[in-house]
Design a protein around this ligand. Structure first.
Ligand SMILES: Cc1cc2nc3c(=O)[nH]c(=O)nc-3n(C[C@H](O)[C@H](O)[C@H](O)COP(=O)(O)OP(=O)(O)OC[C@H]3O[C@@H](n4cnc5c(N)ncnc54)[C@H](O)[C@@H]3O)c2cc1C
Length: 394
């Protein structure tokens, strides 16, 4: 939809028709950011994304940077405000207002939107295209594929667009869910069930072949099935896309085993009669302290003065390197985005035009780009849409 709006704003003489298989467009805008729509972020760089080549992502982001996104939304009556982490939300805190403003703008600039029109195929012939729907076809000089990936399939983004792109000659980097909660194996001494609903700052380390592949910090949320919250969501695609990888949790982000040992020693000197659980709950939520101590068989009522060295070392180790028995993920139905997609190498980043099928443009989540939590995925959608729109008038 953004590509259509931008195209009409830039080239009012170019007729644009949007076909959407859903009965109502913009389902994901409505559910995004807890129904508040995290439209973008104050700072967006290629480092906020995974997927295809960084240089290509950077080029597209530069084509329509955050300042222009903010100005565009201001123009259509959606001023944004900043929240922690640089997240930008509409002042009204309503995703519905974002969608309404986009639809109003689409109507104002003359975009024709046909809903309930699922595209079954796009056929390229003689430098033009035939868009094939169930009961009708439409011939077009240029086609923009903006069908999203596979996440939240009930919204209409079920991967059909990837198949259309593949049939037009594109390489599809294998897809997986991303920004998705992870499941923990309850049979493996995990503590998620008793901690359901508890959130705290933490650090996750991804180990591949016993080497650190990635380390992320952020807020972790324990749930009845495993872990969620920004930290787990951001790490998810990396665990999923590295079969055999392990995840460990550091309850004290940034601290090493030696740091924690020093802290226990200093704590014992300052407050010898304090109980271990009580002292630990100055650093992590009390429920987490209790659950962890129980898991490793240490009595929380032991005083710091009588805390055996071996137990203290075991606890320090557990605090900075707690193994998480991840057994899977919650799948596309719970994933905010899709990792993988149409290979960026097959796109001209100055136009978003396909290098393998001239006249075809690809934008948004259908491409092999997935951003972290914080408004980055929408920024990718706005930037790529604008880059394509600029070229579409030529
Ligand atoms: C729960 C949730 C919360 C999110 N929150 C945020 C957030 O706060 N900030 C953020 O930056 N990102 C967020 N995202 C991610 C963001 O919504 C997506 O990255 C973004 O919507 C991708 O835009 P898109 O236009 O490429 O694809 P989509 O938004 O998926 O739109 C694709 C459209 O194509 C249509 N379509 C698909 N196949 C066909 C077909 N064959 N024929 C016709 N129509 C078709 C679909 O019906 C759909 O309307 C969230 C995602 C989810 C699921």
């Amino acid at each position: 939809m953004a590509a259509a709006i931008f195209t009409r704003r830039l080239h009012p003489d170019t007729p644009v028709v949007v076909f959407d298989g859903a009965r109502r467009v913009g389902a994901k805008i409505l559910v995004s950011g807890g129904a508040r729509c995290n439209v973008t972020n104050t700072i967006v760089t290629d480092a906020d994304f995974w997927g295809g080549r960084r240089t290509i992502i950077r080029r597209v982001l530069r084509g329509f940077p955050v300042e222009k996104t903010v100005a565009f939304f201001q123009e259509i009556g959606v001023p944004l405000h900043e929240e922690p982490g640089g997240k930008l939300f509409p002042n009204s805190n309503s995703a519905r207002d974002v969608l309404r403003a986009l639809l109003d703008e689409a109507s104002r600039v003359g975009v024709k939107i046909v809903t309930g029109a699922r595209v079954e195929g796009v056929v390229a012939a003689d430098g033009a295209f035939r868009v094939v729907m169930k009961d009708s076809t439409l011939d077009a000089r240029r086609v923009v594929l903006a069908t999203g990936g596979r996440s939240l399939p009930k919204s209409g983004s079920d991967g059909a667009g990837l198949e259309i792109a593949r049939r037009l000659g594109h390489t599809i980097v294998p897809t997986t869910p991303a920004l998705v909660p992870l499941l923990l194996d309850a049979a493996q001494n995990t503590m998620h069930k008793e901690l359901t609903g508890v959130a705290h700052e933490a650090e996750l380390t991804l180990w591949v072949d016993d080497a650190v592949e990635m380390r992320l910090t952020g807020s972790l949320l324990w749930t009845h099935f495993g872990i969620s919250g920004p930290l787990a969501l951001n790490m998810s695609r990396n665990w999923i896309r590295n079969p055999g990888a392990r995840l460990t949790l550091n309850f004290l982000p940034g601290s090493t085993f030696d740091d924690v040992e020093k802290w226990w020693t200093a704590s014992a000197q300052e407050r010898p009669p304090a109980a271990v659980a009580k002292q630990l709950s100055t650093r992590v939520p009390a429920s987490v302290a209790d659950a962890l101590l129980r898991r490793i068989g240490i009595s929380g009522s032991t005083t710091l003065a009588h805390f055996p060295r071996e137990d203290r070392r075991r606890l320090s180790h557990a605090l900075v390197s707690w193994p998480l028995a991840v057994s899977g993920d919650r799948g596309y139905s719970y994933a905010e985005v899709t990792a993988g997609g149409v290979s960026l190498d097959e796109i001209d980043p100055s136009t978003m035009e396909s290098r393998v099928c001239p006249g075809l443009f690809l934008v948004g989540e259908i491409l092999d780009v997935d951003g972290r939590i914080g408004g980055f995925n929408f920024q990718w959608a706005w930037s790529s849409a604008h880059v394509a729109a600029t070229a579409l008038g030529a």
